[in-house]
Design a protein around this ligand. Sequence first.
Ligand code: ATR
Length: 280
Amino acid sequence: MPVLSGTSRLAGVCGWPVAHSRSPRLHGFWLQRHKINGAYMPLAVAPENFTTAIRGLVAAGFQGTNVTQPHKLAAFAICDTVHDSARRAGAVNTLIFRDGKITGRNTDGWGFVAHLRGSGVDPKAGPALILGAGGAARAIVAALQDEGVPVSIANRTRARAEELARELPPLKVLDWDDRSAALADHALLVHTTSQGMHGHPPLEIDLSRAPSSMAVADIVYVPLETPLLAAARARGLRCVDGLGMLLYQAIPGFSEWFGVTPQVDDELRRFVASDLIGEK
Ligand code: ATR
């Protein structure tokens, strides 16, 4: 952490709890790399204090904050302006403070697509199949649709996928039980459920119908190589791990707050990944 001065730029991440957040480490790396006169802090804000805390940060001259659970919806209500990205994703993860006004964005979907491109995968290669219908799935569906990609979704609880399809048309809903057969009609598979995460059973899927040109993305990043990615790799499919999305989604906020557009590279990946080893 650099010695701060009276002109240091300040940002952070609001969460409850916030101890698990990777964002201070990630932004701290970029601040050091670019020798920026600024700081990015963990801000433990209880739900009942959210509005007071954000108003206080605006009043104290912060540039903005990231917002993580459980504040992603409350963050909507406090914004003067909400970007289309946040409206479509149904959540705000990045707040930008300017002249006493608050703008809300959602950078998760952008981060996912930027990571795909950074991994050499063209999101527009063909239709995408999304597994899962939680908050991350919604942001990814919206971002892929914004790229003009036809998107299908399958979720264990079909009603949740149908709800998403009503919010983000045109979105084709498939039966969870058809997920393996449906691979044949898609160029990209995106897994967003908790299956395969450390302590959870692997996702059950049969990749034998996957086209050989298919790219398989998993948003789980503990472990980095999930059983799904290991199986996809064994079949010679291109694999995209979950850490990249976490790194890329941080770029727009950093750029707004600190005035420099940072890069995701191997050094950053190693730095953040080294903190994940052995994690539960
Ligand atoms: P988020 O944090 O992205 O909002 P979430 O709301 O916790 O995620 O949802 C997690 C996703 O994992 C959901 O799509 C969930 O499916 P349901 O809607 O049916 O609950 C999915 N999920 C969790 N456990 C699962 C399992 N054992 N098999 C298949 N899907 C599962």
